[in-house]
Design a binder for this molecule. Structure first.
Ligand SMILES: NC(=O)c1ccc[n+]([C@@H]2O[C@H](COP(=O)([O-])OP(=O)(O)OC[C@H]3O[C@@H](n4cnc5c(N)ncnc54)[C@H](O)[C@@H]3O)[C@@H](O)[C@H]2O)c1
Ligand SMILES: O=c1ccn([C@@H]2O[C@H](COP(=O)(O)OP(=O)(O)O[C@H]3O[C@H](CO)[C@@H](O)[C@H](O)[C@H]3O)[C@@H](O)[C@H]2O)c(=O)[nH]1
Length: 344
C-alpha cells in the first residue's frame, strides 16, 4: 500500500512508520516537528515538513491507499489551560485532513483516538460501548474527530478505524537493534519522568493527587507496550476492506481488493486490562532500575480522570490482536534501556 502517516516523526507514529516500511509499504510522513524529531523517520521514507492543516491537501493524490493519523497535541493537563490550541490542532487539523482525503478519493483511515474520551466511566474495565465523558479538552477534541469519522465514513463510503489507546510506554526494538522510544521535550508523562528521577536527572517524582477514589488514592492507568500498540495498526489496516456482520460483529472479507469500501467506522480499545496506580509505577521503576525514586505528593492535575483501564476484548476477537509484552516491568525495562542509551 501507499500510505500517508500524519505525525510520523512522533513517538508512536515513528514506530508505526518503521513497521509499515519494514513490511514493504510505501510511506510518506507529514509532520510539522512541533513535537517530533526528523531523525525518527527512517531513511527511505519521504518526509514532508508542515502542518496537516494544509500539507495533507498538497501531498495526497489518488495513488494513496490510506492514511494513518497520529498528528495531534497530546497533553491532557495542558489542554485544560490552553483548550484553543487543542481544538485547532486536533479537530481543525483532522477536518482539513479529511477534506484532503475526500478531494483525492483516499478512503481508508486509521485514527489515533484515546482512552481520554471516556473520563470517569460507570464500570471498569472500559468497553467501547461505554458512554464517553471526556474530562479535558484533549479528550473532547479526539472524541469530536471520532464522531466526524463516524459520520463522514457513512456519508462518503470511507473505511475508518479509531484505535483508542490507553497509556502507551516503553521502547520498540527494531530488527537492526535500534531502540525507538519516547523523547518528548519537555517531558510530561509519568514513566519517562520516573526514569529521569531514577537516572538522577530530576530530584523527585511529583505525584499529582493522592485523594482519588482508588486503592492508594493515586490515579490508575493501563499501560500498553509501544510495540504491541504499533502492531495493532497493521492489523487494523489489514481489515480495512472487511465489513462487519451486523448480527455478530465478526469481520468478513466482503469485497474484492480495490472495490469501494462500504462506509464503516470501527472503534477499538487498546490496553492490557490491568490498572497500575501512580504509586505502583514509582515502585516498579525502583525495582526495574535498582535506583531510588523519591516521590512527593502534589496537588491534583486538572482534567485527570481517576481510573482508566481497558477491555480490549473487541480488538482481540475482531483484529486477532495479542499483546506480546503486557507486563509493566517489561514496559519500564525497555523504556529504561532507551533512556539509558539516550542519556549517554
Ligand atoms: N502517548 C500516548 O500514551 C497516547 C495515548 C492515547 C492516544 N495517543 C495519540 O497518539 C497520537 C501520537 O501520540 P504520541 O505519543 O506519538 O505523540 P507525539 O507528540 O510524540 O507525536 C505527535 C506528532 O504529531 C506531530 N504534529 C502535531 N500536530 C501536527 C500538525 N498539525 N501537523 C503535522 N504534524 C503535527 C508532532 O510534531 C509529533 O511528531 C496522538 O494523536 C495522541 O493523541 C497517544
Ligand atoms: O509528573 C507526573 C506526570 C504524571 N503524573 C500522573 O500520572 C498519570 C498518567 O499521566 P500521563 O503520563 O501524563 O498520561 P495521561 O495524562 O494519562 O495521558 C496519556 O495517556 C492518555 C490515554 O490514557 C493519552 O490520550 C494521552 O495522550 C497521554 O498523554 C496521571 O494521573 C498524572 O496526573 C504524575 O503524577 N506526575
Amino acid at each position: 500500500m501507499k500510505l500517508l502517516v500524519a505525525g510520523g516523526a512522533g513517538y508512536i507514529g515513528s514506530v508505526v512508520t518503521r513497521l509499515l516500511f519494514d513490511a514493504g509499504h510505501e510511506v510518506v510522513v507529514v509532520d510539522d516537528l512541533s513535537k517530533g524529531r526528523r531523525d525518527s523517520v527512517p531513511d527511505g521514507v519521504r518526509f514532508v515538513p508542515g502542518r496537516i492543516h494544509d500539507k495533507a491537501a498538497e501531498v495526497l493524490d489518488p495513488s494513496f491507499d490510506g492514511v494513518l493519523h497520529f498528528a495531534a497535541f497530546i497533553e491532557a493537563g495542558e489542554s485544560v489551560a490552553r483548550p484553543e490550541k487543542y481544538w485547532d490542532n486536533n479537530l481543525v487539523g483532522s477536518l482539513r485532513l479529511l477534506d484532503a482525503m475526500r478531494s483525492a478519493g483516499v478512503r481508508r483511515i486509521v485514527f489515533s483516538s484515546t482512552a481520554a474520551v471516556y473520563g470517569d466511566p460507570d464500570e471498569l474495565p472500559i468497553r467501547e460501548t461505554a458512554t464517553p465523558r471526556p474530562p479535558n479538552p484533549y479528550g473532547a477534541s479526539k472524541l469530536a474527530v471520532d464522531y466526524a469519522l463516524r459520520d463522514e465514513a457513512v456519508a462518503h463510503g470511507m473505511a475508518a478505524v479509531s484505535l483508542r489507546y490507553f497509556n502507551v510506554a516503553g521502547a520498540h526494538r527494531c530488527a537492526d537493534g535500534q531502540l525507538l522510544g519516547e523523547r518528548h521535550d519537555p517531558e510530561s508523562h509519568l514513566i519517562p519522568i520516573a526514569l529521569q528521577v531514577a537516572a538522577g536527572k530530576r530530584e523527585k517524582l511529583q505525584l499529582f493527587g493522592d485523594d482519588y477514589p482508588t486503592p492508594d488514592g493515586t490515579c490508575l492507568r493501563d499501560y500498553i507496550h509501544i510495540t504491541d500498540l504499533a502492531g495493532a495498526h497493521l492489523l487494523a489496516l489489514s481489515t480495512m476492506d472487511c465489513d462487519a456482520d451486523p448480527a455478530t460483529g465478526q469481520l468478513t472479507v466482503a469485497r474484492p481488493a480495490g472495490a469501494t469500501p462500504q462506509g464503516s467506522h470501527r472503534v477499538y480499545n487498546l490496553g492490557s486490562g490491568t490498572g497500575f496506580s501512580n504509586r505502583q509505577v514509582a515502585e516498579v521503576t525502583r525495582e526495574v532500575t535498582g535506583r531510588p525514586v523519591p516521590v512527593e505528593i502534589a496537588p491534583r492535575r486538572p482534567g485527570d480522570p481517576a481510573a482508566l483501564v481497558a477491555s480490549s476484548e473487541k480488538a482481540r476477537t475482531e483484529l486477532g490482536w495479542t499483546p506480546q509484552r503486557p507486563a509493566l516491568s517489561d514496559i519500564v525495562a525497555d523504556a529504561w534501556e532507551f533512556h539509558s542509551r539516550e542519556l549517554h
